[in-house]
Design a protein around this ligand. Sequence first.
Ligand SMILES: *Cc1c(COP(=O)(O)O)cnc(C)c1O
Length: 390
Amino acid sequence: MPDPVPFLRPNVPRLSDMVDGLRMIEESGVFTNNGPVNARLEASLSDDVFGHPESVVTCCNATIALMLAMKDVIRTRRRARYVLMPSFTFAAAAQAAEWLRLTPLLCDIEPDSWTPCAASEERLIARHGDDIALILPYATFGAAIDLGRYAALSRRTGIPVVVDAAASMGTTLPSGRPFGAGAPCPVIFSMHATKVFGIGEGGFIHCADTDVVERIRRMANFGFEAPRVASLPGLNGKLSEVAALIALEKLKTYVDATERRVQLAALYRQELPDWQFQAPTAGRQAHAMMPVLPPDSFAGSRQSLIDGLAEAGIGSAAYFAPHLAQHPHLARHVVSDALRVTDHVSSRLVGLPLWDGLTDEAVRRICREARALVELGAGMRHFIRKAKLA
Ligand SMILES: *Cc1c(COP(=O)(O)O)cnc(C)c1O
């Protein structure tokens, strides 16, 4: 039997290769509180990645970063109670909204790109306008959603925008610019171990409005403006120096890793011609895994596919199932548009393995197994139909 293939395999920089940097942190005696290593990381991200000085603030994770950014933009909308977001996203977006005592207002997704559906967003805005505190689009699976459209929507409606780009560090636009660069609203990225830019735990916010960045930095430090005097809403969202060191190391390799994953994704498309892949929106998409819909001819259940792959030693996972409207903690109080496409995609989508060290040969084997399972499912349907006719 060939080697097992895990669904994900984090590629965090080797701690044992960072002994010099760790020793410097130790000797400096500064372990957190916006220390010198964190300052270097923020400068690299601001200047070298996004091309806007002082446009990045780091955070202990992306969920806290979402909470901080949302808290900042709703200052002017005290009475509004909804956060407009897609139901097809990770639980963190809804949970972050709930910590701010806001209620998720859920839109559907586009059938091809699986990104938030523009018509569905418009319907919800027409219906709930002044009750919407902010719009929180998700850049689905590292997609490059159209931030220009959201900027225009925000200008037209007066509703602020925060972008959940948790999985998009490494994604570029067709022009080659990094996704989110120069955005007028906060764009949130995660550095969780499972993302392409994985360091363990961490996140950051990029925003071209440096006042927003500076305010969020203070909010992430207990709301202090003067030392130990809270004049803003706050919590502790700071990134430690050790985490910042790991992220600086990751900056050296993530572009190559993202490009390798793009090659692997192309191979998946080639090997599974009848399956539905996410419509491309990016120049280069940061793929944290390979989400795909089995062909319509597949009559078996998604679970039978996941189980069949597991028997062949291949890890895979359902995404996002449940979607937000179906989570027990949310189902009873969220407000939703019709979620026809979300229901369809969420009930069928399978995430296949995609990680930095995965070989072409392993992808071919995964696809062989997946094709065989779909044929088996189709064969079963034929068999059942014949049995019924007899
Ligand atoms: C990973 C992820 C998050 C959470 O990021 P953390 O850094 O783990 O808090 C939020 N939203 C989406 C869409 C994600 O994929």
